[in-house]
Design a protein around this ligand. Structure first.
Ligand code: F6P
Length: 547
């Protein structure tokens, strides 16, 4: 593949140039004035679908902006690329793979063909196998080696085999079976494993080893330690069969590890790791919330899939979110997007989105391998409100960076305590208002503020945000919300002409770490051939170990 600058052609397209021109006319327009001039602005820039209401009126756009952005999407052949994804074309070209996570939530009677075969029956076969297994564990029928029922579940996985499961467990905790304790071990740092197991009895613990490839260093190391922990305490190798199950695409490696493939839940090459929480990787989620609610979550995903595939761009939630990201990242030089869920249950949602967005679109060459002359994924980050307000919001309100924000809010709390929810919601609405409209010098002066303090107390405003609003957090809404971001990532990838479904950028570090492990562990002084800095650090570590 060649690597030449700017060959994607995106920035030389008339649609891009039209946006550049439009940007010049809008860059100084104040949201304050835009709202004052148009009393219908809020309803003009709001859309509702799949029980999600999106108010995107507090963005730096006018009636010309969105049509121009949609023209750009059309120029990238968004419709055709979307069909290619949904119909199983190998759009992940660098790995020669189809991208069919939408098949994971397709109804039983759907037909989705991959290489001439309908994959939907396979998907439902695994779902049924997961269901039967979860029912046995939940009912206490599945017992451990000593005959005790399962009370603890440890999911061992990393990246997409951890972030989705842990996020969904936290997000849907309200619906979870509180008789089961869930732990998630991902880091190769032994502390993660030690703390997760410190108070658990292996006799009543089920370990899910979740790994698409079943080769990932962190997961395999943790799985081996879990196995040792279990076998040491239960005193028999044969105990493994009653306490370990696997989720993977590789039956061979699962078997090699010593897990009976009867207790393996499979998925397929055409499911990317970061798109797999609704595949068997969601086994821990199903154990926590039960099979019926898991299927409600899948229905929510599917409803958003249908919305995305069938709705015109103007009303299409993922497309609107995606094009706004492109607008800020490439025209306003915004470097990041803050995702701010005003729901404690969504505390891991920003971390989940970090892999989804940045592992997907953190790329700098096109599908054809050419270097690009525009920005791709912004950095995604965030914390639940209101905690973030007392931490980093200062910078969002008064700092020098422009940080578009996605606020996520719910009409009703799952835990109605006193007037907490009114206060929580008052804070979301206040934040979006303060960011958009700020507080002028004149307003600050009129409050009698001493002149030297005035500049410190002025809020420039004009800081953009989206508000996503749903009635209440349910498994179905969570599914829709995740699919919304999945498709937004896809749309951005299409416009940027990049492969959103590979992750070559994680490989080099993995390879080097594999090489360094024996150098750290060698009893004789190894012949280190790294740079002087890396050599020095390795030697210092060896000294710490007395080697
Ligand atoms: O970090 C790279 C990556 O391949 C992710 O894409 C993936 O989610 C994670 O590692 C875990 O991979 P696996 O499920 O194969 O263990």
């Amino acid at each position: 593949m060649s690597a030449q600058t700017g060959k994607s052609g995106l920035t030389s397209r008339p649609e891009w140039k039209a946006l550049c021109q439009h940007f010049e006319s809008i860059k100084n327009v104040q949201l304050r004035d835009a709202f004052a001039e148009d009393s219908d602005r809020a309803s003009k820039f709001s859309v509702e679908a799949v029980d999600l209401f999106l108010d995107y009126s507090k963005n730096r756009i006018n009636s010309e902006t969105m049509p121009l952005l949609f023209d750009l999407a059309k120029s990238a052949k968004l419709k055709e690329r979307t069909e290619a994804m949904f119909t199983g074309e190998k759009i992940n070209t660098t790995e020669n793979r189809a991208v069919l996570h939408t098949a994971l939530r397709a109804p039983k009677d759907a037909v989705i063909e991959f290489e001439g075969q309908n994959v939907v029956p396979d998907v439902h076969e695994v779902l049924d196998k997961m269901t039967a297994f979860c029912e046995r564990v939940i009912s206490g029928e599945w017992t451990g080696y000593t005959g005790q029922p399962i009370r603890n579940v440890i999911n061992i996985g990393i990246g997409g085999s951890d972030l989705g499961p842990v996020m969904a467990y936290e997000a849907l905790k309200h619906y979870s079976n509180r008789d089961l304790t869930f732990r998630f071990v991902s880091n190769v740092d032994g502390t993660d494993f030690a703390e997760a197991t410190i108070d658990l009895d292996p006799a009543e613990t089920l370990v899910i080893v979740a790994s698409k490839t079943f080769t990932t260093q962190e997961t395999m190391t943790n799985a081996m330690s879990a196995r040792k922990w279990l076998v040491d305490q239960l005193g028999a190798e044969t105990a493994v069969a009653k306490h370990f199950v696997a989720v993977s695409t590789s039956a061979e490696r699962v078997q090699e590890f010593g897990i009976d493939t009867e207790n393996m839940f499979g998925f397929w090459d055409w499911v990317g790791g970061r798109y797999s929480m609704d595949a068997a990787i969601g086994l821990s989620t199903m154990l926590a919330i039960g099979p019926d609610r898991f299927r409600q979550m899948l229905d929510g995903f599917h409803a958003m899939d249908v919305h995305f595939r069938e709705t015109p761009l103007e009303e299409n939630l993922p497309v609107i979110l995606a094009m706004l990201n492109i607008w800020y990242t490439n025209f306003f030089d915004a470097q990041t997007v803050a995702v701010l869920p005003y729901d404690q249950y969504l505390k891991r949602f920003p971390a989940y989105l970090q892999q989804l967005t940045m592992e997907s679109n953190g790329k700098s060459v096109t599908l054809a391998g050419d270097s690009i002359d525009y920005e791709t994924s912004p950095v995604f980050w965030g914390e639940p409100g209101t905690n973030g307000q007392h931490s980093f919001y200062q910078l969002i309100h008064q700092g020098t960076h422009l940080i578009p924000c996605d606020f996520i809010a719910f009409g009703r709390s799952l835990n109605p305590v006193g007037d907490h929810h009114d206060k929580l919601m008052a804070n979301v609405f206040a934040q979006t208002e303060a960011l958009a409209f700020g507080k002028t010098k004149e307003q600050v002066e009129a409050e009698g503020t001493s002149s030297e303090l005035v500049p410190h107390r002025v809020f420039s405003g004009n800081r953009p945000s989206n508000t996503l609003y749903a009635e209440i957090l349910t498994p179905r809404i969570l599914g829709s919300l995740i699919a919304l971001y999945e498709h937004s990532v896809f749309v951005q990838g299409v416009v940027y002409d990049i492969d959103s479904f590979d992750q070559w950028g994680v490989e080099l570090g993995k390879v080097l770490a594999k090489k360094i492990v024996p150098e750290l562990e060698a009893s004789d002084s190894p012949d280190l051939k790294h740079d002087s800095s890396t050599n020095q650090l390795i030697q210092r570590y060896r000294k710490s170990q007395g080697r």
